[in-house]
Every structure is written in structure tokens, then in C-alpha cells.
Design a protein around this ligand. Structure first.
Ligand code: ACO
Length: 364
């Protein structure tokens, strides 16, 4: 059997129009722009007025435009998300329906913030062994709906958005050439949201406990991502001098700086956009790729290292060798039409008030 490679031929993003700055947050919670910027690098984030699937569909349309593909040519859609609109049916089937991608199998994948990279790993494998030819992978999240807005230690970190890529079979040796994915399940509880089938819905009082142990996550993320990156170096024989660009998960600027140091990549070759969007979980990676391409950071044939981590604790890293084309074939800058008339505070303050009341009713 001849193994193909999986080239990234399309890329697109969707960032909702409503912007919540650190200063906006400081109007209703005890925090400051200075604290958030110096600890995390975040200056603002986006808040979506629409569900995850609507953002995912816009990002997917942009990726298909960049690849100049008809949706009917796609044979698999994978949506990485931990914030689906519904439990059943999945987000991927809504994207399939909205795009008219009627020949695609469609499923969601949840590895928290690592979901998009996990999707890339498995989509690439399925193309390499010949099971699929043209795959659409998406990372999309509406995290602002599941955050507890009374908890400043986690609420300031996250935002909404979506990004997508089209992967196509090719004989050229490009795309994800080496990847490592893992899960440190002993740390399952350091990042968790208890809202699912274990929940007693008849007793639900509106409190969704979001457990977030920031320092423990930080330590485990450093360990997991370092091991994954080292695994990729070992497998490929790549040396730090061979890396052209670093495009990491955007969870914290200090974690990105750590990775850049480890890979010896200078700041101008490290994709950083956390200041604009915060942590959009599975969407950070594809949005970062889009912006690295839009700004000319990625050149034809570049060797790119990506590293991710997320709840689980899941981790991953990979070497992506870019193909010849760094520009979209068609305009891939379509935007969400809905939600431009609502401010971020209009969208978030009712959630903040609701959470405050629910905690008060519990006597806390
Ligand atoms: N504004 C102001 N003060 C705050 C805020 C806030 N938003 N949040 C916490 N504080 C206070 C705390 O109450 C504490 O006060 P105290 O010293 O009086 O008790 C103080 O700031 C320090 O709190 P720490 O939690 O120790 O702050 P730390 O320096 O660890 O930074 C952070 C927190 C940024 C979350 C850090 O732990 C971190 O980077 N963690 C990595 C994990 C991460 O970034 N996760 C992102 C998402 S997870 C993912 O992507 C999978």
C-alpha cells in the first residue's frame, strides 16, 4: 500500500464581533488589566452571540474557499469542541448540513484544548492509509457560556471563536509528518466542569462548578508538551535550528515563551495572538495558523512545530511541513453575520448575575 501525505490546502477562521477588554471585565469583577496582562498576556477576548456550530460553519466556509473546494468533495468532517450546541446531534452534522457537504461522515471529538490537534493527528492518519481523501477539521468553542463569571481566576482567561483546515491527500511530503498525542489522566480533575450525565438535572440550581487549578495545570502542561516536542524531535531527527516557525496553543503567554525557548525560536517566528482572543480552547491552533499565514509568517516549505495541552490532561505536538501555497485560492475572510449589534457586556452580564444569584442561593 502506498502511503499518501495530508497537505493543508485550506484554512479559515471565525472570530465573533463582540470584544470584551480586560477593562470591561474590571467593571464587574475584582480584577485589573495589569493583573491579566502580566500573568497571561491577554488584553481582550471575543464573545459570541451564536452557538458553536454557527462559528464552525463560517470557519469551514473560509477554509473551503481557501482550498477552492466544493463542499460535496469533503469525505470527513471532524469538529473538535467541548462546547457543543447540543449533546445529540453533534456539531459536525450541523456543519455538514449548513455546508451541503452531503458526502461527508461527521463526528465531534473532545480532548478539550487539544481537540483540534487530535483531529489533525487522526485525520492525517486516515488520509495516509487511504481511508479518506479530503477532510475538513475544525476547532470551535463558545466557552463564554460555560464559564462561571463570578470566578475571576478562570473567567478572565477564555474567549469564543473557531478555526478550520482542509487536508487533502497528496504525494508531496508535506503536512503533519510526525505527531505525538498523550493523556495524563492522573490530572483529570485539575481542569474540570461538572455538567453532564452525572448531574442531577432535577436538582440543578444553576451553579456549574468549574474546577481550575492554574498552577498545577501550568506544571503538567510544561511537562506534557516538552515530552511531546522531544518525541517529535527524536522521531524526525529534527534539530532546533531546523524549525522555521512555532505555532502553539494560546493558553498563556508565559507557556508560549517557555516553548519558544525550548525550541530556540525567536519571538518574530513564534505565532502569538493570545492578546486578542484569550484562550479559545480547540480554536486557538487553527486561528493561529490562519493569522500566521495572513501575516506572512509562514513561507512555502516551512517546518512548523505546534504543541498543545488541554483538560484531561491531554497533550500533543507535531511537525507540519507547509506546502507551496501560502495564499488562499478564493477569499477566505467571510465573517459571522449575527451578533454585531450586541456588546460583549450585554452578552455576559446576565450570565454573571445568574451565577452570582445561584451561588448566593447556595449560601456562598
Ligand atoms: N485578577 C486579579 N487577581 C487574581 C485573578 C484575577 N483575574 N485571579 C487570581 N487572582 C489572585 C489570586 O486570588 C491570588 O491572590 P492571593 O495571592 O491574594 O491569594 C493571586 O492573584 C495569585 O493567584 P495564582 O492563581 O497563584 O496566580 P498565578 O500566578 O498562578 O496565575 C494563572 C494564574 C494565570 C491561571 C496561572 O496559574 C497559569 O498560567 N496557569 C496555566 C494554566 C492556564 O493558563 N490555563 C489556561 C487554560 S487551561 C488550558 O488551556 C487547557
Amino acid at each position: 500500500m502506498k502511503l499518501a501525505f495530508a497537505e493543508v490546502t485550506g484554512w479559515g477562521k471565525c472570530v465573533p464581533p463582540a470584544i470584551m477588554t480586560n477593562h470591561d471585565l474590571a467593571t464587574f469583577m475584582e480584577t485589573s488589566d495589569e493583573w491579566i496582562r502580566t500573568r497571561t498576556g491577554i488584553e481582550e477576548r471575543r464573545v459570541s452571540a451564536v452557538g458553536t456550530s454557527a462559528m464552525a460553519t463560517v470557519a469551514a466556509r473560509n477554509a473551503l474557499a481557501a482550498a477552492d473546494l466544493d463542499p460535496a468533495e469533503i469525505d470527513l468532517i471532524i469538529v473538535g469542541t467541548c462546547t457543543p450546541d447540543e449533546i445529540i446531534p453533534n456539531v459536525a452534522s450541523k456543519v455538514q448540513q449548513d455546508l451541503g457537504a452531503k458526502n461527508a461522515a461527521a463526528f465531534d471529538l473532545n480532548a478539550a484544548c487539544s481537540s483540534f490537534f487530535y483531529a489533525m493527528h487522526f485525520a492525517t492518519s486516515s488520509i495516509r492509509i487511504g481511508m479518506h481523501k479530503k477532510v475538513l477539521i475544525i476547532g470551535a468553542e463558545r466557552l463564554t457560556r460555560i464559564l462561571d463569571w463570578t470566578k475571576r481566576e478562570s473567567a478572565v482567561l477564555f474567549g469564543d471563536g473557531a478555526g478550520a483546515m482542509v487536508l487533502e491527500a497528496t504525494d508531496k511530503e508535506v503536512g503533519l509528518l510526525s505527531s505525538k498525542v498523550s493523556c495524563d489522566a492522573d490530572a483529570r480533575d485539575v481542569l474540570s466542569l461538572d455538567f453532564g450525565m452525572s448531574f442531577d438535572r432535577y436538582q440543578f440550581d444553576g451553579v456549574m462548578p468549574f474546577n481550575f487549578e492554574g498552577q498545577e495545570i501550568f506544571k503538567r502542561a510544561v511537562k506534557g508538551m516538552s515530552a511531546a516536542v522531544e518525541g517529535v524531535f527524536k522521531e524526525t531527527g529534527l534539530a532546533v535550528d531546523d524549525i522555521d516557525v512555532l505555532i502553539p496553543h494560546q493558553a498563556n503567554k508565559r507557556l508560549i515563551d517557555f516553548l519558544a525557548k525550548m525550541c530556540k525560536v525567536p519571538e518574530e517566528k513564534t505565532m502569538i495572538n493570545i492578546q486578542k482572543y484569550g484562550n479559545t480552547s480547540s480554536a486557538t491552533l487553527p486561528i493561529a495558523y490562519c493569522e500566521a499565514l495572513e501575516t506572512g509568517m509562514v513561507k512555502p516549505g516551512d517546518s512548523i512545530i505546534s504543541a498543545v495541552f488541554g483538560g484531561g490532561l491531554t497533550c500533543g505536538a507535531g511537525l507540519i511541513v507547509w506546502g507551496d501555497r501560502v495564499t488562499p485560492l478564493q477569499n477566505n475572510q467571510m465573517e459571522l453575520e449575527q451578533g454585531a449589534d450586541q456588546s460583549a457586556l450585554d452578552l455576559i452580564l446576565p450570565l454573571f448575575e445568574g451565577s452570582k444569584k445561584a451561588w448566593e442561593a447556595r449560601g456562598k
